[in-house]
Design a protein around this ligand. Sequence first.
Ligand SMILES: Nc1ncnc2c1ncn2[C@@H]1O[C@H](COP(=O)(O)OP(=O)(O)OP(=O)(O)O)[C@@H](O)[C@H]1O
Ligand SMILES: [Mg+2]
Length: 454
Amino acid sequence: MSLRRRLLLAATGLLVVVALAFLGVALAQRASLTAQLDDRLESLTANGAALVTVANRADAGNAAAASLLTDVYVGVVRADGGLTTVLAPDAGPSPVPVLIGGEAGAGPVTRAVAGGGARVRLVVLTVGARRSVVVAVSMSGVEASFRRLLLSLGLAWLATALVTLLVAGWVERLGLRPIARITAAAEHVTATGGRAPVRVDAGDPGTEAGRLGSAFNAMVATTAAGQEELRRFVADASHELRTPLTTLRGYSSLYAAGGLGTAAQVADAMARINAEASRMGRIVDDLLDLTALGDPAALELRAVDVGIELEHLAADLRVREPGRTVRVRSVSARVVADPDRLRQALTALVANAVKYSADATPIDLAAEVGGAVVRLQVTDRGRGIAAEDLPRVFDRFYRGHEAGAPRDVARGSGLGLAIVAAIVSAHGGRYGVDSAPRAGSTFWIELPAAGVAS
Ligand SMILES: Nc1ncnc2c1ncn2[C@@H]1O[C@H](COP(=O)(O)OP(=O)(O)OP(=O)(O)O)[C@@H](O)[C@H]1O
Ligand SMILES: [Mg+2]
């Protein structure tokens, strides 16, 4: 059942319960007043003969007797069943009760009076041998106060209904209507497959609905950003793969057209095809790496000694680049990291240092502890990075303007630093670069130190 329907049901239920309670109070009050009348009738009729005597005297003008019975009707039942009035109350027209039989000996009963309108409470007494006397008191007082009470309770009920309506309207405006708006927006997002960015008017952030609205907007924005990121990822990847594919297609067309006449030409084409295929393979591997790094839970974290890592890296580098000076300035420190991923990131940084600097220039590896983090650095004395490239070198597929120069290096895919960034981010670390054109670059990453409470 919808919240709105429940609210309506609760409000209606409340008003019905209040109405029944008010009616119950009014009826109880009338019963209590009627009981008072009955008490009075009982005391009047305790001695029927005496009452008739007093009534006769009062009727005969005895003031003392009359003062006792100013509001009492006394009548004698005739043989024909009618009433002969002995005494009528002072006020109002003479209320001659209409008997319908069965009253004799019964407790006080309520009867209409002749001429309609008013009602009386009466007792029929048997006085003497067979004389029946009716003693009645008017119920107009009881009924008037019952009506007054009903009127007051009715007004109170109306006020309750008004307040209930106001509260229900308030709840509906503050709570239910925004929820309906958010639901409609969510349905719209679903119907359009998330392509149409929707925002809802979140309203007062102090209310639950307001917070729900803000959370919804944030969720839609995050989803839209994620979709845009995915779209760009696919576009970038397709663009990068298109170049080697074009080369492959070119060679196959050339071959089909008989353009590769000699064995040497075929061998050359095969070598180029092989190189392009390898390049595509590397790009695909890198893209898969980037995708996998989106899930930090996949990291196998442990304490890794950075001193040992840097020494291994330097040893490999010295073997591959015997002409260079490779220096290591390290401390004994450990970081919380996935060792394979850490090695992958450092290797990418060292590969760039080699690729973008002259053969004989030195490369420095360093580690230092700063508070709860360990900073690892790779410094080269290469060509450096132009100021306009600096903010973008960690972007996916971004290659600097002079990529490839000054050395004749193979064109990279521009994914190396993006993977470094993804690895460091997955570890909750930071990364950056300090560089000046022709002076060299220092790439650094900071990872959480092991055994230090963060
Ligand atoms: N040590 C460095 N010195 C100068 N420029 C650098 C250095 N490292 C990176 N760059 C610049 O940053 C760009 C991006 O680097 P990245 O490692 O992401 O891609 P890449 O080296 O071109 O290709 P890949 O690493 O995917 O083979 C490079 O093209 C280069 O212009
Ligand atoms: Mg690189």
